[in-house]
Design a protein around this ligand. Structure first.
Ligand SMILES: Nc1ncnc2c1ncn2[C@@H]1O[C@H](COP(=O)(O)OP(=O)(O)OP(=O)(O)O)[C@@H](O)[C@H]1O
Ligand SMILES: [Mg+2]
Length: 490
């Protein structure tokens, strides 16, 4: 929500997270932003000091002896050439190094997050090897950069020392010919040149840091400049409390161009209706739901809520009207109460308890050591799958949304918990438009209508009774779950 006087912020949309691996995003926010900070500290200030002092030394040296000064600067073109060549070569090396570091972070994050799979399939050795390999790649890349730097820095240092050689030869000659006084001329000049050379040899360090920082800056700006497709339209239509009508009008959608995941989908849902969605895995059920909340925009066709194109609606208003329970719900490392109130942090304890009761979570929460104040560990690891799912339902119910989207909420739980969750869902659905993705006939036949998706197409739509009478996927699934004979009876 945008508070008064606050500039509206636009956030990266789902596509950004689809396109960028988690490891890369983390690395950009932590490592790369630090190297941009380095730029300010080590490059901007250092270069300013260098340029100012070089100008002063140069002016002083020229005032003593113009020819000697120019002779001593004879190595400057070589210095620039070497610096330019170094910068050109080291830049891609730094870019590669950051990419390798992305994949190192990704390997680590995936192993930690997927620890049950890793342990369950006894793949510790492989994951460790993968990590070590990624680590070795980063180390080797860093070493190759280090080699370049360790040739470059002494070369620059050597060139500045050549100046001293020129000074002593040519300066000595001038002194012998009495064209330059020894004390006030050569000795002072030598002192100045020493200072001058010391500053010049900083060029090496600065050039190196610049290349490192520019690589970091480029990666940070890729995040900041990520195209934001899902925007609040400037003249957004406000939507206080939606009635809950949903319409898909010839909707086609693709994650990647040319590979449609939903094709020409049209249906209309009345406020308060309960719609079941059936379809084999990958048929586009989750995608269909995510178009209603505008996680993505339809490529062709229009999705409407209460008759308004969702692209015209105020995005905050739209999302506040839609409650979501995902296939697997994410909980934050915070108290149970705060997790339920995630979408509505101002909610009072009475509201939170009420939502928990509707979601059949109240009882088990009271059995926890600190009740609603019990701190959950990261991701709610200390709860069972069913408990997590019920908290997620409570979280959606607390918003009191007009539209409730339930994406296979019982996919990851045992049959007994499934029954409990379904009861909770039935309470939660009252007076709302509900979409429920499920394979369970028991649930589907309690819905008002069922949409059947197959490979991104809407192949059947109708009341459960109608669909049971027609040959097609719905009847096949019913037959599988209940046996042919019983499928007809209810
Ligand atoms: N973020 C994404 N980027 C690219 N392709 C995707 C993305 N999410 C899903 N897909 C693809 O879109 C198709 C439909 O996916 P979707 O998640 O909607 O299926 P689903 O019906 O919900 O399946 P399930 O029952 O397994 O949850 C699949 O082929 C999937 O590979
Ligand atoms: Mg899905």
């Amino acid at each position: 929500m945008v508070r008064k006087g606050e500039k509206p912020i636009t956030y990266p949309c789902f596509r950004f997270f689809d396109d960028n691996a988690g490891g890369s995003i983390i690395n950009r926010v932590t490592g790369d932003s630090r190297s941009v900070g380095n730029f300010v500290n080590n490059v901007l200030f250092q270069s300013l000091i260098m340029v100012l002092s070089l100008a002063v030394y140069l002016a002083y040296m020229l005032s003593i002896h113009v020819k000697l000064t120019l002779a001593c600067l004879a190595t400057t073109p070589a210095l620039w050439l070497i610096t330019a060549s170094f910068s050109r070569k080291v830049r891609p090396a730094y870019e590669r190094s950051r990419e390798l570091s992305d994949s190192l972070v990704l390997t680590l994050v995936e192993t930690v997050q997927g620890i049950s799979a890793v342990k369950g399939f006894a793949r510790e050795r492989e994951r460790l090897d993968a990590f070590q390999q990624a680590n070795r790649a980063v180390r080797e890349q860093q070493q190759s950069i280090f080699w370049r730097v360790s040739f470059f820095v002494p070369t620059i240092g050597f060139l500045t020392q050549v100046n001293v050689f020129i000074l002593l030869s040519y300066g000595g000659y001038l002194v012998i010919r009495s064209e330059l006084p020894l004390g006030a001329g050569l000795v002072v000049f030598a002192g100045l040149l020493q200072q001058f050379s010391a500053q010049v040899s900083n060029v090496a360090q600065i050039a190196n840091t610049i290349q490192q920082s520019l690589t970091g800056a480029q990666r940070v700006f890729e995040v900041l400049d990520a195209p934001i497709e899902i925007r609040n339209p400037p003249d957004a239509q406000p939507l206080k409390r939606a009635a809950g009508a949903v319409e898909f009008d010839r909707v086609t959608f693709a994650y990647r161009p040319g590979e449609p995941v939903l094709e020409d989908i049209s249906f209309q849902v009345r406020p308060g209706e309960c719609i079941g969605i059936l379809g084999s895995t990958g048929s586009g059920k989750t995608t269909l739901l995510s178009l209603i909340t505008r996680f993505y925009d339809a490529g062709q066709g229009t999705v409407r809520v209460d008759g308004f194109d969702v692209r015209r609606l105020n995005l905050d208003d739209l999302r506040r009207n839609v409650g979501l329970v995902f296939q697997e719900s994410f909980l934050f490392s915070n108290t149970i109460g705060a997790n339920i109130a995630f979408g509505h942090p101002e909610a009072g304890i009475a509201e939170i308890e009420n939502a928990a009761k509707i979601a059949a979570a109240h009882e088990f929460i009271l059995e926890m050591p600190m009740g609603y104040d019990t701190l959950l560990r990261e991701g709610g690891k200390d709860l069972s799958g069913g408990q997590r799912q019920r908290l997620a339902i409570a979280r959606a119910v607390l918003l009191n949304p007009s539209i409730l989207l339930l994406d296979d909420p019982t996919a990851a739980v045992d049959p007994r918990t499934e029954t409990e969750i379904l009861e909770a869902i039935e309470c939660a659905m009252k007076n709302r438009t509900t979409f429920i993705v499920t394979h369970r006939m028991n649930t589907l036949r309690r819905t008002d209508r069922v949409l059947v998706l197959e490979k991104g197409r809407l192949v059947q739509i109708g009341t459960p009774e109608e669909l049971l009478r027609l040959p097609g996927p719905y009847r096949n699934v019913a037959a599988l779950q209940f046996g042919e004979g019983k499928a007809g009876r209810r």
